[in-house]
Write a protein that binds this ligand. Structure first.
Ligand code: ZN
Length: 364
Protein backbone atom coordinates (compact mmCIF):
# COMPACT_ATOMS: atom_id res chain seq x y z
CA UNK A 1 0.00 0.00 0.00
CA UNK A 2 1.16 3.43 -0.86
CA UNK A 3 0.68 6.20 1.64
CA UNK A 4 -0.57 9.40 0.09
CA UNK A 5 0.09 12.69 1.73
CA UNK A 6 -2.31 15.43 0.73
CA UNK A 7 -1.22 19.01 0.66
CA UNK A 8 -3.73 21.74 0.18
CA UNK A 9 -1.90 24.80 -0.92
CA UNK A 10 -2.55 28.25 0.25
CA UNK A 11 -3.49 29.76 -3.07
CA UNK A 12 -3.60 33.47 -2.55
CA UNK A 13 -4.16 34.27 -6.21
CA UNK A 14 -6.10 37.08 -4.77
CA UNK A 15 -7.89 39.61 -6.83
CA UNK A 16 -8.50 42.87 -5.12
CA UNK A 17 -11.85 44.49 -5.01
CA UNK A 18 -12.06 47.48 -7.26
CA UNK A 19 -15.33 49.25 -6.93
CA UNK A 20 -17.06 51.92 -8.83
CA UNK A 21 -19.48 54.45 -7.50
CA UNK A 22 -23.05 53.32 -7.23
CA UNK A 23 -24.70 54.62 -10.38
CA UNK A 24 -27.63 56.21 -8.58
CA UNK A 25 -25.38 57.89 -6.05
CA UNK A 26 -23.13 59.13 -8.80
CA UNK A 27 -25.91 60.69 -10.78
CA UNK A 28 -27.16 62.48 -7.66
CA UNK A 29 -23.68 63.83 -7.17
CA UNK A 30 -23.43 64.85 -10.77
CA UNK A 31 -26.60 66.85 -10.42
CA UNK A 32 -25.36 68.47 -7.27
CA UNK A 33 -22.05 69.15 -8.86
CA UNK A 34 -23.69 70.80 -11.79
CA UNK A 35 -25.56 73.15 -9.46
CA UNK A 36 -22.43 73.95 -7.49
CA UNK A 37 -20.46 74.64 -10.56
CA UNK A 38 -23.36 76.16 -12.43
CA UNK A 39 -22.37 78.97 -14.71
CA UNK A 40 -18.83 77.77 -15.24
CA UNK A 41 -18.18 76.98 -18.85
CA UNK A 42 -16.17 73.86 -18.00
CA UNK A 43 -18.84 72.02 -16.00
CA UNK A 44 -20.85 70.41 -18.74
CA UNK A 45 -17.69 69.41 -20.53
CA UNK A 46 -16.17 67.97 -17.33
CA UNK A 47 -19.26 65.97 -16.51
CA UNK A 48 -19.53 64.76 -20.06
CA UNK A 49 -15.92 63.57 -19.99
CA UNK A 50 -16.49 61.87 -16.62
CA UNK A 51 -19.62 60.05 -17.74
CA UNK A 52 -18.17 59.02 -21.08
CA UNK A 53 -15.05 57.77 -19.31
CA UNK A 54 -17.10 55.66 -16.92
CA UNK A 55 -19.12 54.25 -19.79
CA UNK A 56 -15.92 53.26 -21.61
CA UNK A 57 -14.63 51.56 -18.45
CA UNK A 58 -17.85 49.63 -18.15
CA UNK A 59 -17.32 48.09 -21.58
CA UNK A 60 -13.64 47.41 -20.75
CA UNK A 61 -12.37 49.94 -23.31
CA UNK A 62 -9.71 50.99 -20.85
CA UNK A 63 -7.30 53.11 -22.88
CA UNK A 64 -10.05 55.36 -24.30
CA UNK A 65 -11.51 55.54 -20.78
CA UNK A 66 -8.15 56.69 -19.42
CA UNK A 67 -7.89 59.48 -22.01
CA UNK A 68 -11.42 60.66 -21.30
CA UNK A 69 -11.03 60.54 -17.52
CA UNK A 70 -7.69 62.35 -17.67
CA UNK A 71 -9.62 65.19 -19.24
CA UNK A 72 -12.30 64.99 -16.53
CA UNK A 73 -9.65 65.19 -13.79
CA UNK A 74 -8.03 68.19 -15.43
CA UNK A 75 -11.39 69.93 -15.68
CA UNK A 76 -12.43 69.19 -12.08
CA UNK A 77 -9.26 68.65 -10.07
CA UNK A 78 -11.10 68.85 -6.72
CA UNK A 79 -13.47 66.00 -7.49
CA UNK A 80 -12.50 62.82 -5.60
CA UNK A 81 -14.73 60.58 -7.74
CA UNK A 82 -13.04 61.76 -10.91
CA UNK A 83 -9.61 60.94 -9.48
CA UNK A 84 -10.84 57.57 -8.24
CA UNK A 85 -12.34 56.61 -11.57
CA UNK A 86 -9.30 57.83 -13.51
CA UNK A 87 -7.16 55.68 -11.21
CA UNK A 88 -9.12 52.59 -12.20
CA UNK A 89 -8.59 53.31 -15.89
CA UNK A 90 -4.86 53.81 -15.27
CA UNK A 91 -4.64 50.57 -13.32
CA UNK A 92 -6.43 48.61 -16.00
CA UNK A 93 -4.00 49.92 -18.63
CA UNK A 94 -1.00 48.85 -16.56
CA UNK A 95 -0.07 52.27 -15.11
CA UNK A 96 -0.08 51.23 -11.48
CA UNK A 97 2.08 53.95 -9.93
CA UNK A 98 0.10 56.72 -11.61
CA UNK A 99 -3.09 54.99 -10.46
CA UNK A 100 -1.86 54.89 -6.86
CA UNK A 101 -1.10 58.62 -7.03
CA UNK A 102 -4.60 59.39 -8.28
CA UNK A 103 -6.11 57.34 -5.45
CA UNK A 104 -3.98 59.16 -2.90
CA UNK A 105 -5.38 62.39 -4.31
CA UNK A 106 -8.93 60.98 -4.19
CA UNK A 107 -8.46 59.96 -0.54
CA UNK A 108 -7.01 63.36 0.37
CA UNK A 109 -10.16 64.93 -1.08
CA UNK A 110 -12.51 62.38 0.50
CA UNK A 111 -11.07 60.05 3.13
CA UNK A 112 -14.47 58.45 3.72
CA UNK A 113 -14.67 56.55 0.42
CA UNK A 114 -14.82 52.78 0.91
CA UNK A 115 -14.12 52.10 -2.80
CA UNK A 116 -10.97 54.25 -2.71
CA UNK A 117 -9.58 52.50 0.38
CA UNK A 118 -10.30 49.12 -1.14
CA UNK A 119 -8.90 50.02 -4.54
CA UNK A 120 -5.64 51.49 -3.28
CA UNK A 121 -5.17 48.32 -1.21
CA UNK A 122 -5.74 46.28 -4.34
CA UNK A 123 -3.16 48.28 -6.26
CA UNK A 124 -0.53 47.91 -3.56
CA UNK A 125 -1.31 44.21 -3.49
CA UNK A 126 -1.05 43.72 -7.23
CA UNK A 127 2.26 45.59 -7.38
CA UNK A 128 3.82 43.48 -4.64
CA UNK A 129 3.74 46.16 -1.92
CA UNK A 130 2.46 43.85 0.78
CA UNK A 131 2.93 46.16 3.79
CA UNK A 132 1.06 49.04 2.21
CA UNK A 133 -1.67 46.70 0.96
CA UNK A 134 -2.25 45.34 4.46
CA UNK A 135 -2.20 48.86 5.90
CA UNK A 136 -4.79 50.10 3.38
CA UNK A 137 -7.07 47.08 3.81
CA UNK A 138 -6.86 47.56 7.59
CA UNK A 139 -7.79 51.21 7.04
CA UNK A 140 -10.79 50.01 5.07
CA UNK A 141 -11.82 47.46 7.74
CA UNK A 142 -11.58 49.93 10.62
CA UNK A 143 -13.66 52.52 8.78
CA UNK A 144 -16.20 50.24 7.14
CA UNK A 145 -16.51 47.10 9.29
CA UNK A 146 -20.03 46.31 8.07
CA UNK A 147 -19.35 46.84 4.36
CA UNK A 148 -20.50 43.90 2.24
CA UNK A 149 -16.89 43.38 1.09
CA UNK A 150 -15.47 43.41 4.63
CA UNK A 151 -15.31 39.60 4.86
CA UNK A 152 -13.48 39.35 1.56
CA UNK A 153 -11.03 42.08 2.56
CA UNK A 154 -10.39 40.35 5.89
CA UNK A 155 -9.62 37.19 3.89
CA UNK A 156 -7.16 39.16 1.76
CA UNK A 157 -5.42 40.56 4.84
CA UNK A 158 -5.02 37.05 6.26
CA UNK A 159 -3.63 35.75 2.95
CA UNK A 160 -1.22 38.66 2.58
CA UNK A 161 0.02 38.35 6.15
CA UNK A 162 0.76 34.69 5.47
CA UNK A 163 2.71 35.62 2.32
CA UNK A 164 4.65 38.29 4.17
CA UNK A 165 5.70 35.89 6.92
CA UNK A 166 6.87 33.30 4.42
CA UNK A 167 8.89 35.82 2.41
CA UNK A 168 10.42 37.27 5.57
CA UNK A 169 11.42 33.79 6.68
CA UNK A 170 13.53 33.51 3.53
CA UNK A 171 14.76 37.06 2.92
CA UNK A 172 14.60 38.74 6.32
CA UNK A 173 12.56 41.74 7.32
CA UNK A 174 12.23 43.28 3.83
CA UNK A 175 10.82 40.06 2.38
CA UNK A 176 12.52 40.97 -0.93
CA UNK A 177 15.01 38.77 -2.79
CA UNK A 178 18.46 40.14 -3.74
CA UNK A 179 18.53 41.77 -7.20
CA UNK A 180 21.04 39.32 -8.68
CA UNK A 181 18.74 36.30 -8.32
CA UNK A 182 17.36 35.20 -11.69
CA UNK A 183 14.85 32.62 -10.57
CA UNK A 184 12.46 32.15 -7.67
CA UNK A 185 13.28 28.56 -6.85
CA UNK A 186 13.98 29.31 -3.17
CA UNK A 187 10.67 31.10 -2.71
CA UNK A 188 8.46 28.44 -4.24
CA UNK A 189 10.21 25.44 -2.71
CA UNK A 190 10.46 26.86 0.80
CA UNK A 191 8.26 24.09 2.21
CA UNK A 192 10.35 21.38 0.60
CA UNK A 193 11.20 20.35 -2.96
CA UNK A 194 8.45 18.38 -4.66
CA UNK A 195 8.23 17.43 -8.30
CA UNK A 196 7.22 14.77 -10.77
CA UNK A 197 9.81 12.17 -11.69
CA UNK A 198 11.35 12.16 -15.14
CA UNK A 199 10.00 8.61 -15.72
CA UNK A 200 6.45 9.92 -15.37
CA UNK A 201 6.74 12.17 -18.44
CA UNK A 202 4.67 12.92 -20.42
CA UNK A 203 2.23 13.71 -17.62
CA UNK A 204 -1.32 12.65 -18.39
CA UNK A 205 -3.71 15.61 -18.18
CA UNK A 206 -7.50 15.48 -18.15
CA UNK A 207 -9.52 18.67 -18.64
CA UNK A 208 -13.19 18.43 -17.68
CA UNK A 209 -15.80 19.85 -19.98
CA UNK A 210 -16.80 23.26 -18.65
CA UNK A 211 -20.12 23.47 -20.52
CA UNK A 212 -22.81 23.98 -17.94
CA UNK A 213 -20.51 25.71 -15.46
CA UNK A 214 -21.80 29.29 -15.16
CA UNK A 215 -19.43 31.81 -16.74
CA UNK A 216 -17.52 29.16 -18.71
CA UNK A 217 -16.58 30.13 -22.26
CA UNK A 218 -15.37 27.75 -24.94
CA UNK A 219 -11.96 29.40 -25.25
CA UNK A 220 -11.14 28.76 -21.57
CA UNK A 221 -10.33 25.14 -22.38
CA UNK A 222 -7.99 26.24 -25.18
CA UNK A 223 -6.30 28.79 -22.94
CA UNK A 224 -5.72 26.08 -20.36
CA UNK A 225 -4.22 23.70 -22.96
CA UNK A 226 -2.05 26.51 -24.33
CA UNK A 227 -0.83 27.24 -20.82
CA UNK A 228 0.29 23.63 -20.37
CA UNK A 229 2.28 23.97 -23.62
CA UNK A 230 3.82 27.22 -22.43
CA UNK A 231 5.14 25.57 -19.26
CA UNK A 232 6.46 22.66 -21.27
CA UNK A 233 8.37 25.05 -23.54
CA UNK A 234 9.61 27.09 -20.59
CA UNK A 235 10.93 23.88 -19.02
CA UNK A 236 12.90 23.23 -22.22
CA UNK A 237 11.17 19.91 -22.59
CA UNK A 238 11.94 18.63 -19.08
CA UNK A 239 8.20 18.63 -18.40
CA UNK A 240 5.83 17.30 -21.05
CA UNK A 241 2.10 16.63 -21.18
CA UNK A 242 -0.37 14.37 -22.91
CA UNK A 243 -4.11 14.98 -22.89
CA UNK A 244 -6.22 11.96 -21.91
CA UNK A 245 -9.96 11.33 -22.16
CA UNK A 246 -10.90 10.37 -18.62
CA UNK A 247 -10.03 11.53 -15.12
CA UNK A 248 -9.17 7.94 -14.11
CA UNK A 249 -6.24 7.84 -16.51
CA UNK A 250 -4.93 11.25 -15.53
CA UNK A 251 -2.22 12.43 -13.17
CA UNK A 252 -3.37 16.02 -13.45
CA UNK A 253 -7.12 16.72 -13.37
CA UNK A 254 -8.47 20.16 -14.24
CA UNK A 255 -11.90 21.26 -13.03
CA UNK A 256 -14.01 24.40 -13.49
CA UNK A 257 -16.03 26.02 -10.75
CA UNK A 258 -18.29 29.06 -10.54
CA UNK A 259 -18.43 29.00 -6.75
CA UNK A 260 -15.62 30.83 -4.93
CA UNK A 261 -17.17 29.79 -1.59
CA UNK A 262 -15.80 26.28 -2.27
CA UNK A 263 -12.22 27.55 -2.14
CA UNK A 264 -10.12 27.67 0.97
CA UNK A 265 -10.04 31.45 0.93
CA UNK A 266 -12.94 33.31 -0.68
CA UNK A 267 -10.53 35.80 -2.24
CA UNK A 268 -8.99 33.15 -4.52
CA UNK A 269 -9.49 32.76 -8.23
CA UNK A 270 -8.13 29.23 -8.44
CA UNK A 271 -7.04 26.33 -6.35
CA UNK A 272 -4.51 23.52 -6.61
CA UNK A 273 -4.17 20.34 -4.58
CA UNK A 274 -1.09 18.14 -4.75
CA UNK A 275 -0.82 14.52 -3.66
CA UNK A 276 2.69 13.38 -2.93
CA UNK A 277 4.41 10.25 -1.77
CA UNK A 278 7.97 9.74 -0.62
CA UNK A 279 8.93 9.59 -4.29
CA UNK A 280 7.40 12.88 -5.32
CA UNK A 281 4.20 14.03 -6.93
CA UNK A 282 1.59 11.45 -7.84
CA UNK A 283 -1.50 13.53 -8.49
CA UNK A 284 -2.45 17.15 -9.06
CA UNK A 285 -5.91 18.69 -9.14
CA UNK A 286 -6.57 22.18 -10.41
CA UNK A 287 -9.85 24.04 -9.97
CA UNK A 288 -10.28 27.26 -11.89
CA UNK A 289 -12.94 29.84 -11.20
CA UNK A 290 -15.12 30.67 -14.20
CA UNK A 291 -16.64 33.85 -12.81
CA UNK A 292 -14.93 37.10 -11.79
CA UNK A 293 -14.36 37.61 -8.05
CA UNK A 294 -15.33 41.24 -8.45
CA UNK A 295 -17.64 42.24 -11.26
CA UNK A 296 -15.56 45.30 -12.13
CA UNK A 297 -12.70 43.06 -13.23
CA UNK A 298 -14.31 40.90 -15.90
CA UNK A 299 -12.79 37.47 -16.41
CA UNK A 300 -11.15 38.24 -19.72
CA UNK A 301 -9.06 35.74 -21.66
CA UNK A 302 -5.99 37.54 -20.27
CA UNK A 303 -7.03 36.96 -16.67
CA UNK A 304 -7.98 33.35 -17.41
CA UNK A 305 -4.51 32.87 -18.92
CA UNK A 306 -2.81 34.20 -15.77
CA UNK A 307 -4.92 31.96 -13.55
CA UNK A 308 -4.15 28.89 -15.69
CA UNK A 309 -0.39 29.52 -15.75
CA UNK A 310 -0.39 30.05 -12.00
CA UNK A 311 -2.33 26.92 -11.06
CA UNK A 312 -0.36 24.74 -13.50
CA UNK A 313 2.82 26.09 -11.88
CA UNK A 314 1.53 24.82 -8.54
CA UNK A 315 0.82 21.29 -9.76
CA UNK A 316 4.29 21.15 -11.30
CA UNK A 317 5.75 21.65 -7.82
CA UNK A 318 6.12 25.43 -7.70
CA UNK A 319 4.21 25.25 -4.48
CA UNK A 320 4.90 28.66 -2.98
CA UNK A 321 4.43 32.21 -4.14
CA UNK A 322 6.68 35.13 -5.06
CA UNK A 323 6.53 38.85 -4.41
CA UNK A 324 7.42 39.85 -7.97
CA UNK A 325 4.33 40.87 -9.99
CA UNK A 326 5.91 39.65 -13.25
CA UNK A 327 6.20 36.05 -12.05
CA UNK A 328 3.59 33.42 -12.89
CA UNK A 329 3.73 32.45 -9.21
CA UNK A 330 3.15 35.97 -7.88
CA UNK A 331 0.72 35.79 -4.96
CA UNK A 332 -1.87 38.10 -6.52
CA UNK A 333 -3.88 38.38 -9.70
CA UNK A 334 -3.19 41.51 -11.73
CA UNK A 335 -5.60 44.37 -12.18
CA UNK A 336 -3.83 45.08 -15.42
CA UNK A 337 -5.62 43.26 -18.28
CA UNK A 338 -2.74 41.93 -20.42
CA UNK A 339 -1.75 38.58 -21.90
CA UNK A 340 0.97 36.93 -19.83
CA UNK A 341 3.85 35.03 -21.34
CA UNK A 342 6.17 33.06 -19.12
CA UNK A 343 9.33 35.02 -18.37
CA UNK A 344 13.00 34.13 -18.17
CA UNK A 345 12.56 33.90 -14.38
CA UNK A 346 9.63 31.49 -14.78
CA UNK A 347 11.67 29.40 -17.18
CA UNK A 348 14.83 29.43 -15.01
CA UNK A 349 12.78 28.31 -12.04
CA UNK A 350 11.04 25.36 -13.67
CA UNK A 351 14.31 24.27 -15.32
CA UNK A 352 16.12 24.47 -11.98
CA UNK A 353 13.43 22.37 -10.30
CA UNK A 354 13.47 19.63 -12.95
CA UNK A 355 17.19 19.67 -13.75
CA UNK A 356 18.07 18.79 -10.15
CA UNK A 357 19.05 15.21 -9.36
CA UNK A 358 15.99 13.28 -8.16
CA UNK A 359 15.13 14.42 -4.68
CA UNK A 360 13.77 12.01 -2.13
CA UNK A 361 12.51 14.76 0.11
CA UNK A 362 8.85 15.44 -0.06
CA UNK A 363 6.71 18.03 1.68
CA UNK A 364 7.99 18.79 5.11
ZN1 ZN B 1 -1.14 30.29 -5.85
Amino acid sequence: MKLTKVSTLLVATTLAGVSFLQTSQASAEEMRYEYTMGGKATTAEALDAFNRGRQLLRVNNNSDAAAMLKKAVELMPDNADAHHTYAIALAKTGQSSAAIQELQTALSLNSNSAPSWMTIGGLYQSTGQIDKAIESYRGFLSRFPTDRDAKKIAGLVAGLEGERLKLQAIYGQSGKPPADVHDYFTEVTRDGVIRWNAQQMPLRVFITNGDGTPGYREQFGDILKQSFSSWSQASKGLVTFNLVDTADQAQIVCLWSSDPAKFKNIAESGHAVLDTTRNGLVKGTITILTVPLVEQLPLTDNRMRRGCLHEIGHVLGLAGHTSNPDDAMFYSMDIDDKWKDLTERDSNTIVRLYAKPPATSSLR
